[in-house]
Ligand binder design. Structure first.
Ligand SMILES: [Zn+2]
Length: 489
């Protein structure tokens, strides 16, 4: 039975751009400095100061908007969004209101595990704004101090607003993963959620199926989610909660104001917060101290030309060139450009993309994780690795022995050939294997009977015994031969 409702999700993402300095002054944007050490009269809102736009921040956001297939405005201006907040000393935030620099784009998402159909998620707009400061409410030891850190005030943020095109928490999480990957490939943000470089708010409501058609429930905005996993869990929880509220109250969209709820990661629930202001409450008006920004066609062409290969195109290319499956190209591309470069070199040198992909996913990623290494510092370089894989392809080494050699290569940094020689790994010839099979089957009458009666899996138990006699035995070849000779015994 299908669910009695559709889930409708739209996302708002704030991305901190990778600039050295703030959006309208020269203060540093470095994370983790002592409070209020990265401020100046401009970003703390002293009277009479003049903001100047950071050109780099604008370039990075333009790059992102173009990659998100947005329409780019040739003329864009700044607005003051007026509201009072303790960590916003100016009393307003410089943002973009009616003329954002980009709008109407899209990002394609798909699930390599086939849990949803590939789809295109619309981007309503992407605009630039400055961040506010941070309030710290210290209620430890009976104190109730509130302190304000303005280091973050004026940091450039790109706000990306999606269409409500997502129909499940998994789709929302996939969209966020794909967006984060795109931002990483573009080099526009470090996307570190712990440091607040990427923040997500989600809008969600239900379209409940009733005999009179689908009825929309009131929209809720969820905040305070500090990982993509938290976003997924918050949305799953909220859909269930909204359905319950619908059953109890029957309230529809428009009958109550839009509600803001915070995600409590410990308790696994969303909790009600203050009511959301309508945009008219902000009293937007044009920022008089900043000149509007114009973008020329030639500037845009330059940005387009400089985008580089983006994740979706890269996946398609890896699949077509190296014959790997969408699931595998997804895993590789998600690891980032340096790992993809490593794969491409290994696949080319070894002449086997699938083998290269399997070894990277199973063995390299595990070693990187266990040894806390990055692919750039990984001791086994593609040329040496390709030599090992070529031996596996030729049948000189079976996979389990090759794995031993590989692990030795990682810890010692020595070439495969040296390790193979030292360990006395040689190929066991066919006649030797046949003799060994006969001997083992004679010693194990129960297994022999099993094989003869069609329970061929029983032969697996012979591998361990064979390895004891000769560690160079190729297990899969041994099994084949045992099955061949068994009927005649
Ligand atoms: Zn400043």
């Amino acid at each position: 039975m299908s669910a009695p409702y559709d889930i409708v999700i739209g996302l708002e993402i704030h991305v901190q751009l990778l600039t050295q300095s703030k959006l309208f002054c020269g203060c540093s944007t470095r994370f983790g400095s002592p409070p209020n050490t990265q401020t100046c009269p401009v970003c703390i809102g002293m009277p009479g100061v003049m903001p100047v736009m950071n050109r780099r921040a604008f370039e990075l956001s333009l790059r992102t908007a173009v990659a998100l297939n947005c329409q780019i405005a040739t003329y864009t201006k700044w607005d003051r969004k007026n509201y009072y907040y303790p960590d916003l000393p100016k009393g307003y935030q410089i943002s973009q209101y009616d003329l954002p620099f980009s709008h109407d784009g899209w990002l394609d998402i798909s699930d390599p595990k086939d849990k949803f159909q590939p789809k295109r998620v619309g981007i309503i707009r992407a605009h630039l704004e400055e961040d506010a400061g941070k309030s710290m409410h210290d209620e430890a030891a009976g104190q109730s101090d509130s302190r304000i850190d303005l280091n973050r005030t004026g940091t450039p943020l790109l706000e990306i607003v999606s269409q409500p095109d997502m129909r499940s928490a998994l789709e929302a999480k996939t969209f966020l993963n794909e967006l984060k990957l795109l931002l990483t490939y573009l080099g526009v943000s470090d996307c570190n959620m712990q440091e607040g470089s990427l923040r997500v708010d989600a809008n969600i409501n239900l379209h409940v199926h009733t005999p009179d058609g689908k009825v929309p429930t009131p929209i809720v905005e969820i905040k305070n989610m500090n990982s993509f996993r938290a976003v997924e869990r918050a949305l799953e929880y909220e859909a269930g909660r909204q359905y319950q509220v619908w059953q109890e109250t029957g309230r529809r969209l428009g009958e109550v104001p839009k509600q803001t709820r915070g995600w409590d990661d410990q308790a696994n629930v969303t909790r009600g917060q203050r009511h959301k202001e309508e945009s008219s409450d902000y009293r937007y008006f044009p920022e008089p101290d900043l000149v509007p920004v114009t973008v020329s066609e030639s500037q845009l062409a330059e940005v387009r030309a400089g985008l580089g290969e983006l994740p979706a195109a890269l996946r398609t290319r890896l699949e077509a060139t190296y014959g790997i499956k969408p699931y595998d190209s997804d895993v590789l591309v998600n690891q980032g450009p340096p790992l993809v470069d490593y794969f491409v070199e290994l696949a080319t040198l070894s002449g086997d993309g699938r083998l290269a992909s399997n070894w990277i996913q199973q063995d390299v990623l595990r070693e990187l994780n266990d040894r806390q290494l990055t692919i750039e510092t990984f001791p086994v370089r593609p040329a040496a690795f390709a030599d090992l894989l070529s031996r596996v392809k030729r049948g000189d080494l079976d996979t389990s022995r090759a794995r031993e050699v590989f692990i030795d290569m990682v810890s010692s940094g020595r070439p495969a050939e040296e390790i193979i020689r030292e360990r006395g790994i040689t190929q066991v010839d066919e006649s030797e294997l046949i003799a060994l099979c006969r001997e083992l089957l004679a010693k194990n009458p129960k297994i022999l009977t099993d094989i003869k009666e069609g329970r061929t899996k029983a032969a697996g138990a012979l591998i361990g015994q064979a390895k004891k006699v000769n560690p160079n035995v190729n297990p899969s070849r041994l099994l084949e031969i045992c099955l061949e000779v068994a009927p005649s015994l």
